[in-house]
Design a protein around this ligand. Structure first.
Ligand SMILES: Cc1cc2nc3c(=O)[nH]c(=O)nc-3n(C[C@H](O)[C@H](O)[C@H](O)COP(=O)(O)OP(=O)(O)OC[C@H]3O[C@@H](n4cnc5c(N)ncnc54)[C@H](O)[C@@H]3O)c2cc1C
Length: 401
């Protein structure tokens, strides 16, 4: 049997929102909160039972920098609010030099980043979402879109109640994997070189320890033959294979630790696949590493480069907005960023920046009575973002602008 035809069936419209956000990672939380704060009714659809995505359920523990490594803060707004929330439990503190009135010169040597405890952060995010009047649906998987005349009228979801439709004014794809873009018929780009890696906590008999593991993938044959292979995140077999291989690695590391200390016991490991890049939108603009200090007229936020000091990127709305679907916008690690720039835009603070931009744009779509993100008044959108402390500062524009 090659194909089967599913019976057509009528399903209920279970709810209706101005803005439906798919995915409760950092980008999705930022998008939903931004939409709600800008006056839209907003819901967030998450298939797991926790908020924060990779940052929390994936056991990531570093909130990468809000600065450019040259002493300038290039990210504020919700991204900074979330950084503060991530350390509300007192696990870490903002570096002294980044506090008001402190030694500015020291900012060139110490980047504005913190370590956090993923479980505390997840608990804070749940309160944060509720406090901002976003309706949360856990255990609910986005399955499909209902699209008419180039616009998404509703998303189809499945949960314990069965299959239903949620009617919407616009959709933010913060799934990390561009699931909505894929279903809506957008052009997408996939990445197949993910390596098995992650963090885990263990008890050594006296204290709690944190350990990282990575199995490098070496497409060029420079590593030993037992190095890993590259995995793609948008293929069912590969996703399962990746999880099993990662768990094997985790077990091997535990056995090695136990051989040195028999008291070692595992405490907490990633509960979702720790893919770095999976599938993303191919937007009207693909942000590139060569866009360092290039100003875009439709800039909706900025980011530095977590890997090195100096680069500053303006993020254009066109790298977020879908091309074939007027009311669909992306946020987080599935925005349109080419090759190596993808490695920059996937960092937690940048996901928060694009989340805030997408959510604010989605609320504006409703308020301005527009049907497509491409038709938004960009200066008005930039004004709304600046009111919320988002940095879009032309002072960083370089020669290549
Ligand atoms: C091993 C590793 C280490 C990293 N280390 C760091 C670090 O130290 N610092 C840093 O800043 N960044 C780090 N990152 C990157 C960063 O954590 C992520 O890229 C970022 O958190 C992604 O956020 P997001 O919201 O875009 O996506 P995600 O965190 O992937 O969130 C997407 C959410 O959508 C949900 N979802 C997906 N599909 C569906 C669907 N169909 N229906 C409903 N829900 C759905 C998922 O369950 C998830 O909760 C690391 C990543 C990895 C893999």
């Amino acid at each position: 049997m090659e194909n089967i035809t599913e019976n057509a069936k009528t399903i209920p419209v279970s709810a209706e929102y101005d803005v439906v956000v798919i995915g409760g990672g950092i980008a999705g939380v930022a998008a939903a909160v931004a939409a709600a704060r800008n006056g839209a009714s907003a819901c967030l659809i998450e298939k797991e039972f926790g908020l924060g995505g990779l940052a929390t359920l994936g056991n990531v523990i570093i909130y990468l920098p809000l600065c450019d490594g040259r002493g300038n803060q290039v990210i504020k707004g919700l991204a900074e609010e979330l950084l503060k929330l991530s350390i509300r439990d007192g696990y870490d503190r903002i570096p002294d030099c980044w506090l008001p009135g402190c030694d500015i010169e020291a900012r060139t040597k110490k980047r504005y980043q913190v370590d956090f405890n993923p479980m505390s952060f997840m608990l804070e995010l749940e309160d944060f979402l509720g406090d901002n009047h976003v309706k949360l649906y856990y255990d609910t998987r986005f399955c499909d879109v209902v699209k008419e005349s180039g616009l998404i009228k509703a998303v189809i979801v499945e949960n314990k109640n069965g299959r239903s439709a949620i009617a919407c004014g616009s959709v933010v794809d913060a799934s990390g994997d561009a699931d909505v873009c894929f279903r809506a018929g957008e052009e997408t780009v996939s990445w197949s070189a993910n390596v098995c890696a992650g963090w885990f906590y263990y008890f050594d008999g006296a204290t709690i320890q944190l350990e990282a593991f990575t199995k490098w993938y070496d497409p060029h044959g420079r590593l030993p033959p037992d190095s890993g292979r590259g995995f793609t995140g948008d293929d069912a077999d590969d996703v399962t294979g990746f999880v099993l291989e990662t768990r094997k690695l985790f077990k091997q590391r535990l056995i090695a630790l136990k051989q040195k200390n028999s008291a070692v016991r595992p405490l907490f490991m990633p509960s979702i696949p720790t893919f770095r890049m999976t599938r993303r939108l191919k937007g009207a603009v693909e942000l590139e590493e060569t866009d360092d200090k290039r100003y875009f007229e439709d800039a909706v936020g900025m980011t530095g480069d977590w890997r090195k000091s100096g680069p500053v990127f303006y993020i254009p709305l066109r790298a977020l907005a879908a091309v074939r679907t007027g009311n669909l916008i992306t946020a987080g690690r599935c925005i349109s960023a080419g090759s190596t720039a993808w490695d920059i835009t996937r960092a937690i603070p940048t996901c928060a920046v694009t989340g805030e931009a997408a959510g604010t744009a989605a609320a504006a779509l409703k308020q301005e009575n527009k049907t497509a993100f491409a038709k938004l008044d960009i200066q008005r959108l930039q004004g709304r973002l600046r009111e919320r402390q988002v940095i879009i500062d032309k002072r960083f524009t370089g020669d290549n602008s």
